[in-house]
Design a protein. Structure first.
Length: 262
């Protein structure tokens, strides 16, 4: 297995610092080729022994073929994809909260360079997504479907990208459009719950990395399918698992975790 060069966006942030640590701990698989931060924040990157800066195009010019890993913010991730597409560098994106228009922009960039996008990089969560449709079909329409997610108090988007992905998975298994059946939280006199709707609730507090629970409420019983991320290492390891895989793919479409696991 050859060593993969990686460039990490937001290298001083929570996820960025985790990725830097894991990359440096596995020199047989990865080499930290570049690290980026916002303007005025790059001084603390000087000890990383790689290309550093605040401008991605400048760094990528010195890191041909390196895979860019981005867990920053939606607007920045769209720009990262465009810059990487221009230079031909593959990209792994784990940013959440992207709008349909921003996802369309990622898909456009993916026609020029391989891009891997997953709102949750946990391998376990993505395996869960593959088995949920079978539960939905076997339990049938008598079961009410709900999703609840919990994240740390610094998370800026709600519901989480993962909760939305779970809701979309449930809706698709029922042959429904998620945007038609979703109910993001409930407040006031809203009337009785319909059998078609899929509720999604968000909790925020403390330093919770990410908890997601899917509920199947049926006649006289309840099934709860829970997934908990205990450490950001789990998400970073999923992103690093995608690095050599996406580097071997061709441009053409936006790749997802399901593609790699298949």
């Amino acid at each position: 297995m050859s060593v993969c060069d990686v460039v990490i966006m937001g290298a001083l942030g929570r996820m960025g610092a985790t990725l830097v640590r894991l990359v440096q701990a596995d020199p047989a698989s990865f080499r930290l080729a570049g690290a980026l931060e916002r303007k005025g924040c790059t001084a603390d990157l000087a000890n990383l022994n790689c290309e550093v800066g605040d401008d991605l195009a400048t760094v990528l010019a010195k890191c041909p073929g390196a895979v860019v890993i981005d867990f920053t913010a939606p607007e920045n991730s769209v720009n990262v994809a465009k810059v990487a597409a221009a230079s031909g560098n593959p990209v792994v994106i784990g940013t959440t909260g992207l709008t349909p228009e921003q996802l369309a922009s990622l898909a456009e960039s993916a026609t020029k360079t391989p891009i891997f996008f997953a709102p949750n990089m946990s391998v376990g969560l993505n395996v869960l997504l593959s088995v949920l449709p079978d539960l939905v079909r076997k339990l049938g329409p008598a079961y009410n479907l709900e999703v609840m997610e919990i994240h740390h108090n610094k998370k800026v988007d709600a519901p989480s990208g993962t909760a939305i992905k779970l809701g979309q998975c449930l809706a698709e298994a029922r042959g429904a459009a998620y945007d038609t059946v979703k109910r993001h939280t409930r407040d006031g006199i809203i009337g009785a719950r319909t059998s078609e709707e899929i509720g999604v609730a968000s909790l925020r507090g403390g330093d919770v990395v990410g908890d997601h629970t899917v509920y199947f409420f049926g006649p006289g019983e309840r099934i709860e399918v829970k997934h908990q991320v205990h450490t950001r290492d789990t998400l970073a390891q999923g992103a690093l698992r995608a690095v050599p895989w996406i580097a071997a793919q061709k441009p053409g479409r936006l790749y997802a975790m399901a593609d790699m696991l298949a």
